[in-house]
Write a protein that binds this ligand. Sequence first.
Ligand SMILES: Nc1ncnc2c1ncn2[C@@H]1O[C@H](COP(=O)(O)OP(=O)(O)OP(=O)(O)O)[C@@H](O)[C@H]1O
Length: 260
Amino acid sequence: MSLQIERLDCSLGQHRVLHDLSGLTARPGEITALIGPNGAGKSTLLKAIAGIESASGHILLAGERLDSLPLEQRSQRLYYLPQDTSTQAALSVFEAVLLARRTQVAEPAATALSAVERALKSLELEPLAERELVALSGGQRQRVAIAQAIVRRPALLMLDEPTSALDLHHQLQVLDYLQRLARREAMTVILAIHDLNLAARFADHLWVIKAGRQVDSGTPREVLTPARLREVYAIDAHVDWPPDAPPRITPLSALRSLGG
Ligand SMILES: Nc1ncnc2c1ncn2[C@@H]1O[C@H](COP(=O)(O)OP(=O)(O)OP(=O)(O)O)[C@@H](O)[C@H]1O
């Protein structure tokens, strides 16, 4: 389902965080990466779409006004995975993923169990299935949280920095899996991410925001230019799109203060 944002404003307390975001589209079957410096408003935008933060403007999913749906109905269509995946829940990995599935979908137990097994396998979590959540490392917990998100099969999946705690193997493995999942299930996937090499490699489309304002949107090649990186991140960077290798963005130096 295609997501469209029009005239979105959001204030937190006295602070206006998002300013009139318009014309942002995320398509089914694609990964849309949301990029921008610290404090740009990436988490706030994802939370506003999820209905966790209140915002004005239009948020349309497959033409339907998400922003006028009650939270419960929104949550049947989307899933938002926050940046902080810490938990004190006294559950095993398997139980946590099963619970995520069962609170969302009414179905026979055997169907739920096989969905959980598939999700664990897809994220290489089978060896940890019986471990307690509280006994996991940060990266392991992050992968479990991603399994809890994907097992629900939402039409719109939003992940806030889903690879921030992952080692290099799992960064590639998770993003490759999300890309295949999006294509196979025609899922709309939006992820906030700081690593521009991963964004360039795995995203079909980028949204760029800075200080709550939309700076650009387009394909990685259109958006990730040295001039744009200078403007958005205050860095000098070398950008290379080799024909037979993944794109390479090499930060060279930090320029003036970025602020924020
Ligand atoms: N509860 C709040 N009340 C007031 N301002 C807030 C609140 N939460 C966040 N902000 C401010 O909103 C702005 C956007 O924050 P947000 O967390 O959305 O940024 P971000 O782009 O996700 O940043 P990061 O890359 O550091 O995670 C920041 O200036 C932040 O200080």
